[in-house]
Design a protein around this ligand. Structure first.
Ligand SMILES: [Zn+2]
Length: 655
C-alpha cells in the first residue's frame, strides 16, 4: 500500500499542461516550527483522533441518511461536509503517507458509496433528487437558496482526491457516476447549471474545478462540454448581459461590488473565489488565454479592492470593497480560498506576487483563525476587539462547520507551496518557515524561526550541481546570503549550487512599516439598523459583535494605520502586555507623516511565554516647539494576541 501511495503522489503532482513549475510532491515538505506545531495538532485532532474518526466522521455521513437538508422545506448545506472532511483526509494521506489511514479512508468511502449512491449515480443528502433550486419561478436570488449541486461538488471532488491519494478505482468510478447522473438529469429537466443553486448559479458553477480534475482522470467529452458551457455563460460579450457574467466582468475595470444588481447577496467571497479557481484550472487544461487573463484580472480586483487588514480578501463573507472598511472581518473559508486562488495563479505564472499574498494571508488571517489546540477554528476573523467569532453550530450540525472543515486544506496548500522545481530545473524555495524539504535531486532544511527572526539558515544537500532560486518578498530590497547582499530580479535571487552539502546563512531585514488605511475618515455605523445587511455598515454593526456580546461598542468609526514587519501584521494585545486602553483607545498615526518606528525584541519571560514574536515598538516624532514625542508600546504578531476564544481578552492591529 505504501509503495502505491508514493508512486501516485509523485505522478499526480507532475507539472500539468500550463504550469510553469512543479511543486514539491505532497508529503515531501514537512512544516516545522510554530506553524508546523499547530498543523500537527490539527492533524492529530481532526484526522487521527478516535473522536475525528468516530462521531465527527459519522455526523457527516449521517446527513445522507437523514435528508435533513431538504426535509421540512429546508435547503441546507450538510451536503458539503462529507466531501470537505474527506478532502482533508485525502490530503492527510498524501502529507503523512500513512497506509493505515489510507485503508481507513477507502473503507469509509466504500461504505458511503455502497449505502447511499443510487444506481443512476446520484449521491447527495437531498432526498428530492430533482431539487436543484428552491423556487425557479421567483425572481429573487435568495429564493433560489439550494445547495444540492454545491454539496455534490464536494463529495465528487473528495472521491477524486481519495482515488489520487490511495489509488482506489471504486472512488473514481463513483465520482464519474455522480457527474454522469448530474449531466443527464439537467438534460432531462431541461435546466442549465447556471440556473441552479444559490447565488444565481455561482455556487453550482464552482463545480468547474473538480469537473476539470475528473476530466483529467476520465476524459469524457460531456465533461469538457459542461466546462465549456460554464465558461461561455459567464462571458457574454454581446447583447443583454446576464446578472452573473463573471469572466466578462473580471476583465472590466468595474470593482467586484458593482458587478451585481444585488451585491449584498451575490458578491459572495467563498463562492466567487471557488469559481475563479476553476477558471484558472480551465486555462491549465485548455491553454485558453482569455480564462487565464480573467483569473489574473479577478485577482487584481481583489488585491486592489478587497484586501482586508488581516491580509485576506473579503469583508465579512462578501466582496464589498473591504479596503474601505476599517472594521476588518473575514470568513476563514475566504482566507482558505484566497490562498488557493493565489496558489493556482502562482503555478500558472511563477510570479512571486502570489507567493507574497499567500505568505501574508497564512501568517496572519489564517493562523489567527485556528484555535490554539488545532481542533476547531473561527468563522469570522476580526481586526480588533476581544476575540474572533469561533465557528458556531451550523445548518443542523454539531461537529461540523464550513470553516473548520476547510482548515487542513490550507495547511497542505502551504506545505505544497514551500518549494518547487522551475521549468529550467532550478530548485526554488518560496517560503521560509522552518521545514524539511525533498525535491528531485536535493534535500533541504530551513531553520531559524523565520519570520519572527530576520536571520535563518538553508542547508542544501544536492546530488548534483544545479541552480538555487530564493524568493525575495516585495517588502525587502535585498537578501543577504553568507554576508553578501543580493538584489532580486523578478522577486528572486539565483545562485549556483555544487553537488554535496552546503549551508547558506540568510537575512531578510524587516524594519516596521506603516500602512495607512484607505477607509474613509469616518464609517457611519450609527444610522443603520443592526439587521440592515443591505448596507455594508449593517454588516459591521451586526457582525463585529455577533455571538460576542462583550464586543458591543468596540466597532471603529475612524480609520487607523497598520504596522507590518516583514509578512507579519503587528498587533497590540493582552497576551503581550499592552493595556486594554492602549490597545483599543489610542491616538492614531494614520496619515500623519513624520513618525519614526523602531522595534526591539522583548526579553522572554512568563508574561509573554505563549507569544510567537514579541517586541517593544517605539514611535518617535519631532513636535514643533516641543521636541521629540516618544511612545513605546508592547506589540506581537497578530496571530499570538488574537487566537484565544476569551471574552476577557483584547487585541487590535490598528495604530
Ligand atoms: Zn466558512
Amino acid at each position: 500500500m505504501k509503495k502505491t501511495i508514493v508512486m501516485l503522489s509523485a505522478l499526480s503532482c507532475a507539472a500539468l499542461f500550463g504550469d510553469v513549475l512543479t511543486p514539491a510532491a505532497p508529503g515531501d515538505v514537512k512544516v516545522l516550527g510554530r506553524p508546523g506545531e499547530l498543523f500537527q495538532a490539527s492533524l492529530n485532532c481532526r484526522v487521527f483522533s478516535e473522536y475525528a474518526q468516530g462521531p465527527v466522521y459519522d455526523e457527516a455521513e449521517n446527513a445522507f441518511a437523514t435528508h435533513w437538508d431538504d426535509s421540512n422545506g429546508r435547503t441546507g448545506w450538510q451536503n458539503e461536509y462529507w466531501g470537505k472532511t474527506m478532502l482533508c483526509y485525502a490530503g492527510a494521506v498524501r502529507y503523512t503517507r500513512d497506509a493505515k489511514l489510507a485503508a481507513w479512508c477507502v473503507k469509509k468511502a466504500h461504505h458511503l458509496i455502497d449505502t447511499y449512491q443510487h444506481p443512476d449515480g446520484y449521491l447527495s443528502t437531498y432526498g428530492n433528487q430533482d431539487l436543484l433550486r428552491k423556487n425557479p419561478d421567483s425572481p429573487d436570488y435568495e429564493k433560489h437558496w439550494c445547495f444540492n449541486i454545491w454539496g455534490q461538488k464536494y463529495t465528487m471532488w473528495a472521491l477524486i482526491e481519495l482515488y489520487r491519494a490511495t489509488g482506489d478505482k471504486k472512488c473514481l468510478k463513483a465520482a464519474e457516476k455522480m457527474m454522469d447522473q448530474l449531466i443527464s438529469q439537467m438534460k432531462r429537466l431541461n435546466v442549465t447549471i447556471d440556473k441552479t443553486g444559490s447565488w444565481a448559479g455561482i455556487s453550482s458553477m464552482s463545480i468547474l474545478r473538480p469537473l476539470i480534475e475528473l476530466y483529467i482522470e476520465v476524459p469524457k467529452p460531456e465533461y469538457k462540454a459542461l466546462a465549456d458551457h460554464i465558461v461561455k455563460v459567464t462571458d457574454v460579450r454581446e447583447g443583454n448581459k446576464p446578472d452573473v457574467n463573471l469572466i466578462y466582468d473580471a476583465l472590466s475595470d468595474r470593482p467586484v461590488v458593482s458587478w451585481f444588481h444585488k451585491p449584498m447577496f451575490l458578491s459572495k467571497a467563498y463562492e466567487l473565489q471557488s469559481f475563479f479557481e476553476g477558471v484558472a484550472a480551465y486555462h491549465r487544461l485548455t491553454g485558453d488565454a482569455r480564462t487565464l487573463a480573467a483569473a489574473e484580472a479577478f485577482w487584481e480586483h481583489l488585491f486592489r479592492e478587497e484586501l482586508n487588514p488581516m491580509r485576506s480578501a473579503s469583508y465579512f463573507d462578501h466582496f464589498l470593497y473591504a479596503k474601505h472598511h476599517v472594521n476588518g472581518m473575514t470568513e476563514l473559508c475566504d482566507v482558505t480560498h484566497w490562498i488557493r486562488l493565489n496558489r493556482e495563479l502562482w503555478k500558472l505564472t511563477g510570479e512571486t506576487k502570489y507567493l507574497d499574498c499567500i505568505e501574508e494571508a497564512f501568517y496572519n488571517a489564517f493562523l489567527a483563525g485556528v484555535t490554539p489546540d488545532g481542533a476547531w477554528g473561527a468563522h469570522i476573523i476580526r481586526s480588533h476587539g476581544t476575540r474572533h467569532l469561533t465557528a458556531p453550530a451550523q445548518t443542523g450540525m454539531k461537529l461540523h462547520q464550513c470553516c473548520p472543515d476547510n482548515m487542513l486544506r490550507t495547511f497542505y496548500d502551504w506545505a505544497d507551496t514551500v518549494a518547487d522545481v522551475a521549468k529550467n530545473g532550478a530548485w526554488e524555495v518560496n517560503l521560509y518557515s522552518d521545514a524539511d524539504i525533498v525535491l528531485p535531486g536535493a534535500r533541504m532544511e530551513l531553520r531559524g524561526n523565520y519570520p519572527v527572526s530576520e536571520t535563518f539558515r538553508l542547508r542544501v544537500a544536492a546530488e548534483k550541481g544545479g541552480k538555487l532560486r530564493l524568493r525575495v518578498p516585495y517588502w525587502a530590497s535585498e537578501m543577504t546570503v553568507d554576508g553578501k547582499s543580493l538584489k532580486p530580479a523578478a522577486g528572486r535571487i539565483e545562485m549556483p549550487v555544487a553537488a554535496g552539502e552546503r549551508t547558506f546563512d540568510l537575512v531578510l531585514k524587516m524594519p516596521p512599516r506603516e500602512i495607512d488605511s484607505e477607509a474613509p475618515d469616518s464609517e457611519d455605523i450609527d444610522t443603520v439598523t443592526e439587521l440592515d445587511t443591505m448596507k455594508p455598515e449593517g454588516y459591521t454593526k451586526r457582525f463585529m459583535s455577533w455571538y460576542t456580546p462583550e464586543m458591543k461598542g468596540l466597532e471603529r468609526r475612524t480609520a487607523a494605520a497598520q504596522i507590518m514587519r516583514g509578512p507579519l501584521v503587528l498587533a497590540k494585545g493582552r497576551a503581550v502586555g499592552t493595556s486594554r486602553t492602549e490597545t483599543l483607545e489610542f491616538n492614531t498615526i494614520n496619515k500623519q507623516p513624520g513618525w519614526k518606528l523602531s522595534l526591539v525584541p522583548q526579553k522572554r519571560s512568563a508574561k509573554n511565554a505563549g507569544v510567537w514574536g514579541a517586541w517593544d515598538l517605539t514611535l518617535e516624532k519631532e513636535v514643533k516647539g516641543k521636541g521629540p514625542e516618544t511612545k513605546t508600546i508592547p506589540v506581537a504578531d497578530y496571530w499570538s494576541v488574537s487566537c484565544m476564544d476569551d471574552p476577557e481578552n483584547w487585541f487590535s492591529l490598528w495604530f
